[in-house]
Ligand binder design. Structure first.
Ligand code: TXA
Ligand code: MG
Length: 400
């Protein structure tokens, strides 16, 4: 194949040797460009891959896909030499598969979802089977437009309308009264439904193309870490899905905020990127659900021990106490001077909580694959998106 990979000057200067090695390995050529312009696919700074696409139901646009390493960005560019012909065809094919009841995994801005037609009982049942998820844990219904909420919800109150106006598409899921078009298995028989419009062009194009509201949990086995790359989905559910749409690494990296409007005071059932500081100016009072004080299980996502890797994870106040043990993997939030004998992954290099969220599950999976005795991490300062990161760390970790 005569493929030429375009890379930015900065990426080239920092990774010249690696790029030469990849070029030789794959038998391709590359060119170094100052700016992207009309390049069909381009590896930009921080391993952002930029590509021009005209997806079904969307205008021509330049997409920015995230990757965690040069290898991943390069592999994507190699695997997709002609994205502008490939992706529209894939999305129309996968939209048709969703309509016919098949499972399709797709990227969202938070994590990858395992999608099925939310109006098709058998299709939704196969989500629960593929994930080995208990039927009492309800699913989020994803839409690509406000019109698609017709029949999905019974009605929207003023708070719901204001939040939708302000935050959609985006990582905010709303629990509202359920409409008749949604089969009961989606909501575990309950009379509320969780709804969300993801902020990801592939997801929006696919959902619109399917013409259906799409029920989609995170595309992992029940209880395990959510997937933030197509490879994560393939590793756990590859044999159970009809297709996986590869859209790179998820930009937010942890699951959406789940906000219940079924109560008179809006209640955060699962923290996410959008927290009380963003919600209060729009709807006033917002509280956190406290499952510890509640007899009933309001959101099964509140179950302890969720989002867990296979290698035991411990939350500790000082990770340097483990520096001499080669069998302990370390998740770090900033650069430290300590030398660790075990493997280290930086969820952030400079205490950036958004970067930490984006890299958290990826880093956990990287360490999880190394056959270590355990991994350790310190919780972050409890503010903004770090509230959600700490929440996932606590649930993924072992009690002691
Ligand atoms: O970011 C996300 O929300 C991702 C992407 C794929 O959109 N989806 C996701 O789905 O995380 P899942 O199924 O892994 O988590 C959905 C959470 C669960 O904790 C579930 O119990 C809760 O939402 N949930 C769903 N419907 C609910 C309802 N009617 N009432 C209360 N909680 C609900
Ligand atoms: Mg999940």
């Amino acid at each position: 194949m005569n493929q030429v990979i375009s890379v930015s000057k900065t990426v080239y200067h920092h990774h010249k040797d690696a790029i030469e090695a990849l070029k030789r390995r794959d038998g391709l050529s590359y060119r170094v460009l100052d700016r992207v312009d009309e390049e069909p696919i381009y590896i930009d700074d921080n391993f952002v891959v930029r590509l021009w696409l005209t997806l079904p139901h969307r205008e021509r646009e330049q997409l920015a896909l995230f990757f965690h390493s040069l290898d991943e960005a390069w592999a994507f560019a190699v695997a997709h030499p002609e994205p502008q012909t490939e992706y529209p065809a894939l999305i129309s094919e996968y939209g048709a598969r969703l309509r016919s009841g098949a499972l399709v995994a797709f990227p969202t801005e938070t994590v990858y979802g395992l999608g099925a037609d939310a109006t098709n009982e058998a299709a939704v049942r196969s989500i629960f089977e593929a994930k080995q998820r208990p039927l009492f844990d309800p699913l989020i219904v994803h839409v690509a437009s406000i019109e698609q909420l017709d029949g999905v919800v019974e009605h929207l109150d003023d708070r719901a309308k204001a939040l939708i106006d302000h935050f959609w598409p985006g990582p905010l899921t709303l629990v509202v009264p359920k409409g008749d078009a949604i089969v009961p298995i989606v909501t575990s028989g309950g009379d509320t439904v969780a709804i969300r419009m993801p902020d990801n062009p592939f997801a929006l194009s696919l959902i619109a193309e399917s013409g259906r509201p799409i029920a989609a949990p995170s595309a992992n086995r029940f209880g395990y870490t959510s997937p933030t790359t197509a490879a994560h989905v393939a590793a756990q559910l590859g044999s159970k899905v009809s297709a996986i749409l590869d859209g790179g690494s998820c930009e937010v990296g942890i699951e959406s905020t789940v906000l219940s409007l079924a109560t008179s005071t809006a209640t955060i059932l699962r923290p996410g990127k959008i927290g009380p500081a963003e919600l209060k100016p729009i709807i006033g009072d917002v509280v956190y659900a406290d499952s510890a004080h509640s007899a009933t299980l309001e959101s099964p996502g509140l179950l302890e021990n969720h989002y867990a890797p296979t290698t035991p994870l411990y939350l500790v106040s000082d990770v340097t106490a483990y520096k001499d043990d080669p069998n302990v993997g370390v998740l770090l939030f900033d650069r430290v001077d300590t030398t660790f004998q075990g493997p280290v992954r930086h969820i952030s290099n400079n205490e950036d909580p958004l970067e930490a969220a984006r890299r958290l599950y990826w880093a956990m999976r990287e360490l999880d694959g190394l056959g270590l005795a355990m991994m350790v991490c310190s919780p972050l300062k409890e503010e903004g998106i770090a509230v959600a990161i700490n929440n996932r760390l606590r649930k993924a970790s072992q009690k002691r």
